[in-house]
Design a protein around this ligand. Structure first.
Ligand SMILES: Nc1ncnc2c1ncn2[C@@H]1O[C@H](COP(=O)(O)OP(=O)(O)OP(=O)(O)O)[C@@H](O)[C@H]1O
Length: 237
């Protein structure tokens, strides 16, 4: 693991109007890691991802990527540096086919070509001529992740990728994320499904009221029921 983190969020504050939502979030993600942001509804997880992606500007603090500040970069410039956010609403083009959706996201120098994405997501290959709007929720999520890969991410950020999906599809997506991680993509994951998080993650940050309240390795987190009860209101996973 290199000493300079790939991503470093440093005392970041963010506001929606007068509402002070992030109150000094700090976290680091190293190359090759899968790190989760956990926390109750409204804690500030999505806002943290949006601030990293340049969708929202921090009102204080800064985000560094590969050691360089991202401040004042537009969303597309942040994406060009290799940060890809797959938002909760997935943002796929419903009137385009699966293949058109993927090709539209293709960066020339991406190590991820169509066939690589189809290898990880065979369902997308089967459905390649179907419109984005004809896909099931799980297939749409796979397409959203596949599109992000075509964009050559150094950091892939996923906002609740398995929310509302059937358990069998959740298992499929967990296996696919494991493959993507094994291919060397660094992942920052926001997810309420703790079983999914603990199957995949190296480390966890727990966000509470716009601040990191706790951080733990996956092994520490799994053995700490008090933390799960206190910050997440759940028992054993
Ligand atoms: N567009 C917005 N305008 C105003 N307030 C917002 C907006 N989006 C989020 N908020 C508020 O900011 C706070 C943090 O929201 P955020 O979406 O980051 O939380 P979260 O931890 O991702 O929770 P959830 O799982 O519910 O999405 C919440 O109080 C939320 O109501």
């Amino acid at each position: 693991m290199s000493t300079t983190p790939l991503l470093s969020v440093e005392s970041v504050h963010a506001h929606y109007g007068k509402s002070h939502v992030l109150q000094g979030v700090s976290l680091q993600v190293h190359e090759g890691e899968l790190v989760t942001l956990l926390g109750r509804n409204g804690a500030g997880k999505t806002t943290t991802l949006k601030t990293i992606a340049g969708v929202m500007a921090p009102t204080q603090g800064q985000v560094r990527f590969g050691g360089k500040p991202l401040q004042r970069l537009a969303t597309h410039q942040v994406a060009q540096r290799g940060i890809c956010l797959v938002p909760e609403h997935r943002g796929i083009f419903k009137l385009l086919t699966v293949e058109e959706n993927l090709l539209l996201a293709q960066r020339k120098k991406s190590p991820w070509q169509l066939q690589d994405v189809y290898r990880i997501f065979p369902r997308l290959k089967e459905r390649r001529t179907n419109g984005g709007g004809q896909l099931s929720g799980g297939e749409q999520q796979m397409l959203a992740i596949g599109r992000a890969l075509m964009n050559a991410p150094r950091l892939l950020m996923l906002d609740e990728p398995v929310e509302g999906l059937a358990p069998v599809i959740v298992e499929e997506i967990v296996a696919q994320l494991r493959t993507i991680k094994a291919a060397g993509v660094t992942i920052l994951l926001v997810e309420q499904n703790l079983e999914v998080c603990t199957q995949l993650a190296d480390r966890h940050y727990i966000i509470e009221q716009g601040l990191v309240a706790h951080q733990a390795t996956n092994a520490e987190f799994l053995s700490d029921d008090a933390v799960k009860d206190r910050y997440l209101g759940v028992g054993l996973v």
